[in-house]
Design a protein around this ligand. Structure first.
Ligand code: URA
Length: 205
């Protein structure tokens, strides 16, 4: 029964917080214009990919050129390497959820601005409420700093830590970003070693 005295009738409508499933959320992301520069520059937004029941949730930084063209995260060189790393630890790419801190490609892959990370944050948080993964892997510095602003990736890589996001306590595991291994071949053995930690932590959860 309509009751105009109910206070929450006047609460602002928040389509992200009230989105009912990943599909609805991802179509909001595709239509997003919160960051006019990114919205004007992108070919398309890149919400994320993977099953809603994934056990592992990977977070990178932002789409690059290939991701912007294909609408899927991690499909360029770093993505091919990420897929290889997953296979080494017995995970198929189709089993995991993959997304980025920011869903649109920054012009010429420039560093993300604090406001862009902030405006995109509710999308990522809502994704984390739909995909109730056992483990959230933070790929590199930018993903780490979004959740643990005081930490340094070189100091905390491979150390699981817990934090409440929304109403759920989540286990996070920071590791080096695969793109680092593409730029510096000699880092690859260390990245592989760090990826084995993902398997170890998952086996314990
Ligand atoms: N591709 C992505 O989607 N994200 C990154 O962080 C790097 C490459």
């Amino acid at each position: 029964m309509f009751d105009p005295s109910q206070e929450d009738l006047f609460a602002p409508f928040d389509p992200i917080a009230t989105s009912k499933n990943l599909e609805e959320l991802h179509s909001l992301i595709r239509d997003c214009t919160r960051c006019p520069e990114l919205a004007g520059y992108r070919t398309q937004a890149v919400p994320g990919v993977g099953p809603v029941n994934a056990r592992v949730f990977f977070i990178g930084e932002a789409p690059g050129r290939w991701e912007d063209q294909h609408g899927e995260p991690f499909v360029g060189a770093a993505g091919v390497y990420l897929t290889e790393l997953l296979a080494k630890i017995g995970l198929d790419r189709s089993q995991v959820f993959i997304t980025n801190i920011v869903k649109c490609r920054p012009p010429d892959n420039r560093d993300l601005r604090a406001a862009e990370i902030k405006y995109c944050a509710p999308y990522l948080e809502r994704q984390l409420t739909f995909v109730k993964a056992d483990l959230v892997v933070l790929l590199g510095r930018v993903a780490l700093e979004r959740f643990f602003p005081k930490e340094k990736i070189t100091e905390v890589a491979c150390q699981p830590r817990r934090k409440v996001i929304g109403s759920r306590e989540i286990t996070f595991l920071p590791v080096l970003h695969p793109a680092f291994g593409i730029r510096r071949e000699e880092i690859k053995p260390e990245i592989e070693r760090q990826f084995w930690t993902i398997k170890e932590v998952l086996d314990e959860l």
